[in-house]
Design a protein around this ligand. Structure first.
Ligand code: SAH
Ligand code: SF4
Ligand code: F3S
Length: 439
């Protein structure tokens, strides 16, 4: 046996890329690769990239430039680009950046081992197909689990074609994985110590997978089946679209004890005019009505969302409608972005809002969201919550975990509580964490 080779993966973008990075590492394990978090000792570096905004995509080129000294120090170092930038601009990257040996899209990374053999033979390899075969079928079955929480991709791709978004082009059409496979993967994770599973999909609540009974299962059906897995303590899912928030899923939020009371439901804008231009196919009132139904069954539900500011044609009144919606919802957390025109999307043809105006609006929105986040954190003080402890804290004797509402909580606790859910009383709130004591 030769010494193991080292693989370093840098992950950009969404949780789906985090999941894919883990699966790529698992695919390369049998090829003799061990994961390292130090790029300077790697034999293979993969950048798993994101194309969602211009800044994210541009970063790949600057990061590639930064790898040049590593290649000079180690001429055998191989460099690959994976993910959504690879899918969208793979051939161009290959042409522009001689450092790159390999380009692999999000739907073909099960072919990485074969591609690497080509690279090791001195060739370049590029594969950005959207093949018929299911990559998950061809990836190693056994998942590695080093933490008590894990991601599980249940659905990929998107058919919604929001006017600003590249995902339908980089990830392809919506595909749901069959129920049996997902339950198998989930049981395997739980057997390896995982206590919390977050179901992933670009439109996760649009899940419609082939069930073992021949029926098409909804996300709620899948959640109820996962609920029956002994040892699994918590279920989460992300990211959802308002139009797929079905009755059975809303009901599950009220009845399924393992389903955590936190929902990421992006709305993007509070203006109906802008929502229409974005091709979101729902109004602000419809979004708020869904929330009302959710809070009727689960009053403590913590909400998070995504917002785009400065979409082409956004007026001050449109923006104020967004601010109003945020005030009505009161978010526990929310992500807001300045609109970024993406090549090939319909909105890219339209005229941008002047940059200084968009920057100023983004600032106002983020100030409001931060204030709501502080209020949510402060409201936890004195309350009891359940915490799943995930890892050691900064101070000796301390563990860190997550509350039901996805807040980071640290508390003095014995190591035996790692991977366990324990009741904690919150005694102090900071912006990004809570301090608690075990009850
Ligand atoms: N599938 C999810 C979101 C995927 S992208 C959904 O439908 O909500 C994550 C977030 O990035 C989006 O919610 C949106 O707020 C933001 N985003 C996507 N395209 C963008 C663009 N062109 N400019 C700025 N933000 C964008
Ligand atoms: Fe993009 Fe819209 Fe699909 Fe979300 S629903 S991935 S924002 S096209
Ligand atoms: Fe980015 Fe691709 Fe995810 S564009 S947000 S990494 S699906």
């Amino acid at each position: 046996m030769s010494a193991p080779k080292k693989l370093h993966i840098k992950t950009y973008g969404c949780q789906m890329n985090v999941y894919d990075s883990e699966r790529m590492a698992e695919a390369m394990g049998p090829e003799g690769y061990e994961v390292t978090d130090r790029p300077e000792e790697a034999d293979l570096i993969l950048l798993n990239t994101c194309h969602i905004r211009e800044k994210a995509a541009e970063k790949v080129y600057s990061d590639l430039g930064r790898l040049r000294p590593l290649r000079e120090a180690n001429p055998n170092l191989k460099i690959g680009v994976a993910g959504c930038v690879a899918q969208a601009e793979g051939a161009e990257i290959m042409a522009r950046q001689p450092l790159v040996d390999l380009i692999v899209g999000p739907q073909t990374y099960h072919r990485l081992p074969a591609m690497m053999r080509k690279v090791d033979a001195g060739e370049k390899a590029l594969d950005t197909e959207m093949p018929e075969e299911d990559k998950f079928d061809l990836l190693p079955k056994l998942r590695s689990a080093a933490r008590p929480t894990a991601f599980l991709t249940v659905q990929e791709g998107c058919d919604k074609f929001c006017a600003f978004c590249v995902v339908p082009y980089t990830r392809g059409a919506e595909v749901s994985r069959p129920v049996e496979r997902l339950l198998g993967e989930a049981r395997d994770l739980v057997a390896r110590g995982v206590r919390e599973i977050t179901l992933l999909g670009q439109n996760v609540n649009g899940y419609h997978g082939a069930g073992p009974d021949g029926r098409t299962w909804s996300l709620a059906d899948l959640i109820w089946a996962l609920d029956g897995i002994e040892g699994l303590a918590r279920i989460r899912f992300t990211t959802s679209h308002p139009n797929d928030m079905s009755d059975d899923l809303i009901a599950a939020h009220g009845r399924c004890a393992k389903l955590m009371p936190y929902l990421h439901l992006p709305v993007q804008s509070g203006s109906d005019r802008i929502l229409k231009a974005m091709n979101r196919k729902h109004t602000a009132a419809e979004y708020l009505a869904i929330l009302e139904r959710l809070r009727a069954v689960r009053p403590d539900l913590a909400m998070s969302g995504d917002f785009i500011v400065g979409f082409p044609g956004e007026t001050e009144a449109d923006f104020e409608a967004t601010m109003d919606l945020v005030r009505q919802v009161h978010y526990a957390a929310a992500y807001s972005f300045r609109y970024s025109a993406r090549p090939g999307t319909p909105a890219a043809e339209k005229e941008d809002v002047p940059q200084d105006i968009a920057v100023e609006r983004l600032h106002r929105l983020q100030t409001l969201i931060t204030q709501q986040q502080h209020e949510t954190q402060n409201a936890m003080v004195g309350r009891e919550t359940e915490v799943l402890f995930e890892k050691a804290g900064r101070n000796p004797g301390q563990l860190i975990g997550k509350s039901e509402y996805l807040q980071a909580v640290h508390a003095d606790a014995p190591d035996t509580l790692l991977g366990q859910v324990a009741r904690v009383r919150i005694v102090e709130a900071k912006t990004n964490s809570l301090a608690g004591v075990l009850i």
